[in-house]
Design a protein around this ligand. Structure first.
Ligand code: 5GP
Ligand code: MN
Length: 352
């Protein structure tokens, strides 16, 4: 990590991984040796790769995409790294993010999806007609992954996609530069909230150690990716906390466009880490934050106490995520979205 670190403060809470994959769901546990071999075969043969991560990218999405892109470039391949939405300025210390594209135009012989649980999460980057002839391979760690690739390296036991990319690089004997190490450790730090989530394993820590040895700075990454935030976002968070309600183990808050405007918040997406803050209430089993988008749709973020599964709830509403951290987007108006979700969450708590 260099010492210049241009910093612009930011706000969103990162996503959180999970620990156990329920036995009741098949096919999304650990990937087999054969799956890994197939993925490697596709990558070795490819010349022009379009690597895509999910919209509203978090640190794991950004770090994993950048590390993968640089690794494949080091093998002499042409790689376009793409994401529908731009990276939050807080990740500007990953200077390679400036090479990200916001469209998927071009001719490719391989598509690679990273940290996305379904095709919709790739947003406008995936072009069904133009990309029809290129196979897609998937690297992900979401329990709700829909296995939309021809090869799916999906490991829901991994706390971050960064750990899966690290494994890939080791397997392919690709040198882990300081840039790659910094990108991958960013993914681990953001998805584990600096090793505090139930998804954190001995493997997570071992990988982090290797990445530090390869030149990644743990304190700098933690500070930039996780700790520092804009003053705006602190005010946003405070308003959200004050507006929140706690009922029968459910703590929730709604953020309307009007509220955002009144607070003078410049950013038009994200919850500034509100849902992650609300779930720290001892009285809560589950937290939900409803954010009204510019187009009137409602982004819903979920967090749960271990033992409660919000990935299922989010999945039923067309979204996805991890057991204890998930999300979905619902049509407005706000009141309808809130009612639908609260009914479902009450059932989840009752049925526990
Ligand atoms: P966050 O609340 O941090 O934005 O998201 C928590 C987790 O849920 C992340 O793993 C994220 O990828 C997932 N997630 C959030 N929103 C959606 C969504 O609309 N669709 C899907 N498939 N996953 C989502
Ligand atoms: Mn992730």
């Amino acid at each position: 990590m260099n010492s210049t670190f241009p910093y612009t403060a930011g706000a969103e809470e990162s996503d959180v991984g999970l620990q156990q994959f329920p036995d009741s769901q098949e096919g999304v546990g650990r990937s087999s040796a054969q799956t890994w071999a197939e993925a490697e075969g596709y990558l070795r043969r490819a010349q022009r790769i379009l690597a895509i991560t999910h919209l509203s990218p978090d640190g794991d999405a950004i770090g994993s995409l950048l590390a993968f892109g640089r690794a494949m470039q080091s093998l002499g391949k042409s790689v376009t790294m793409a994401c529908q939405d731009s990276a939050h300025p807080r990740f500007s210390y990953l200077s390679g993010v400036r090479d990200f594209h916001q469209n998927g135009d071009g001719a490719y012989d391989l598509l690679v999806s990273i940290d996305a649980s379904d095709l919709q999460r790739l947003g406008t980057i995936f072009l069904p007609v133009e990309h029809a002839r290129a196979p897609m391979i998937v690297f992900d760690h979401h329990i709700t992954n829909t296995q939309f690739g021809v090869v799916n390296v999906v490991d829901s036991n991994a706390a971050s996609s960064a750990e899966i990319i690290f494994k890939l690089l080791r397997r392919m004997d690709i040198r882990i530069t300081a840039e790659i190490a910094t990108a991958l450790l960013t993914g681990i730090i953001t998805d584990t909230l600096a090793f505090r989530t139930s998804s954190t394993t001995p493997d997570t820590l071992a990988t982090a150690m290797d990445l530090m040895r390869a030149g990644a700075s743990l304190p700098e990454i933690t500070r930039r990716a996780l700790v520092l935030r804009s003053y705006d976002s602190i005010r946003f968070l405070a308003a959200g906390i004050v507006a929140s309600q706690l009922e029968d183990g459910i703590v929730y808050a709604t953020i309307t466009r009007k509220m955002r405007k009144e607070l003078g918040v410049k950013e038009d997406r994200g919850d500034a880490g509100l849902v992650g803050t609300l779930i720290t209430a001892m009285e809560a089993n589950v937290a939900a934050v409803f954010v009204e988008n510019i187009d009137g749709s409602i982004d819903v973020g979920f967090r749960s106490e271990p033992g409660y599964d919000v990935s299922q709830v989010a999945f039923e509403f067309g979204g996805g995520g991890h057991t204890v951290a998930a999300g979905c987007t619902l049509p407005g108006p706000m009141r309808d979205a809130v009612n639908r979700v609260l009914v479902r969450l009450r059932r989840m708590i009752r049925e526990k």
